[in-house]
Design a protein around this ligand. Structure first.
Ligand code: AMP
Length: 396
């Protein structure tokens, strides 16, 4: 759930032009991450922001970047701002925000992502946009072909740095950062402060201020959690029953692309309005799915965790883990797709006995016991307690 502070944007040191732009997009009060990151960033300090998606972090870095670039002498060969994102969807959403925001000023942005044609990107780069929003792989391609130079970058953002490292982007990030001037401001955002993130910060940030707005227990507020313990053979029946019981907009997660396709087809056969998103879908399909889901053409989207990284659809009421995620971080990330903005949401996890250790870890982290629930027509997994293991202590 997005929390706003009682602070006003006007007390953060922003110019009238930027305040007008913020007002025009309907933001009244800053969120906690915005109220701390914006003043630090305006002073030119490096920042490590520990925040999840849904906390308002995109605006927390876009607003001060726009402010600083607008009020510094225009470079003869921009880009002067670079935002690196883990996925195409996050990059596109960041560009959308900058464009919306940029209607009122003259900053231009190019979005450089994989999975789409390269020629229009070359044209966009030739126009010397002020800001480049990019995923690391495609940006490296352009750098290698000499389509873009980054030696004038003054403002750098590493968004969801932990996810970029999870996706194996460290070599590309290193190469890109070595091509930037040392004299710059760097804002890095991450949902975890792992040793690899510490190392990245030590190497590429300059005496950063650490700003931690992760909620206690690190799960977003406004979310109810439930678990359905079943035998593996009953997972499909459990999902169908859940989708009948909860009629709202639903995001279903599977572990693999193969399972995402299988679940998608199963739900389609059951007559549900469903779409899918995973990394084998073309960029066009991913955009169509997201748009259809956002606009209510599809009530349900089936996705893998990686593909879902950038899904910011305000109305998702229900997240279903068809498979247990393989880390607590991933659970929190998936859960964060619901209860966005000021909404409330439900996270249902379909689990088998093998998922019990992960469930315990999740409960420890979110600091609550997840209620075990059942559904009509779906046989629950019966936990056999105090049963003496076969072969031990038996007398014949
Ligand atoms: P993010 O964490 O950047 O993905 O933002 C989550 C959602 O909150 C987005 O839909 C934003 O448009 C929205 N948002 C961000 N900042 C504010 C704010 N100060 N007031 C209201 N909504 C906001």
């Amino acid at each position: 759930m997005l929390q706003n502070t009682p602070t006003s944007f006007s007390s953060l040191g922003l110019s009238e032009a930027i305040l007008r732009a913020i007002h025009s997009i309907g933001f009244e009060h800053p969120t906690p991450i915005q109220s701390v990151v914006i003043p630090h960033s305006l002073q030119g300090k490096d920042v490590i922001g520990l925040a999840q998606t849904g906390s308002g972090k995109t605006a927390a870095f876009c607003i001060p970047i726009a402010e600083r670039l607008l009020h510094s002498p225009k470079s003869i060969s921009p880009p002067t701002g670079l935002i690196l994102c883990p996925t195409r969807e996050i990059a596109l959403q960041t560009k959308t925000f900058l464009d919306l925001f940029g209607k009122h000023h003259h900053l231009t942005t190019a979005c450089i992502i994989g999975g789409v044609k390269i020629a229009p990107q070359i044209t966009a780069l030739k126009k010397h946009p002020d800001i480049v929003v990019a995923t690391p792989g495609r940006l490296m391609d352009h750098m290698e072909k000499g389509n873009v130079r980054l030696d004038k970058v003054k403002e750098l953002v590493l968004d969801e740095a932990d996810h970029m490292l999870d996706l194996g982007f460290l070599p590309q990030i290193e190469n890109i950062l070595y091509a930037l001037p040392r004299e710059r401001q760097t804002l890095m955002f991450s949902a975890t402060m792992s040793p690899s993130i510490e190392r990245l910060a030590q190497r590429f940030l300059n005496n950063p201020t650490r700003i931690d707005v992760l909620p206690e227990g690190r799960a977003a507020v406004g979310i109810s959690h439930r678990v359905y313990m079943v035998d593996a053979t009953n997972k499909q029946a459990c999902l169908l029953a859940l989708l009948t019981q909860e009629s709202g907009s639903t995001l279903v997660f599977t572990q693999t692309k193969v399972d995402a396709n299988w679940v998608f087809r199963t739900l389609e056969k059951a007559g549900l309005q469903v779409t899918r998103m995973h990394s084998d879908c073309t960029q066009r399909d991913r955009e169509d799915s997201l748009l259809g889901f956002r606009e209510g053409k599809y009530r349900i989207m089936v996705a893998t965790g990686i593909a879902s990284r950038g899904i910011d659809v305000p109305g998702i009421q229900h997240v279903v883990n068809f498979d247990m995620p393989d880390s607590v971080e991933e659970y929190i990330h998936r859960a964060g797709r619901t209860a966005r903005g000021n909404a409330i949401g439900l996270v249902s996890t379909i689990a088998t006995w093998q998922d019990k250790p992960m469930l315990r870890d999740i409960e420890k982290t979110i600091n609550q016991e997840v209620p075990r629930c059942t559904l009509p027509g779906v046989p629950p997994y019966i936990e056999l307690k105090n049963v003496r293991p076969f072969g031990r202590g038996r007398r014949f």
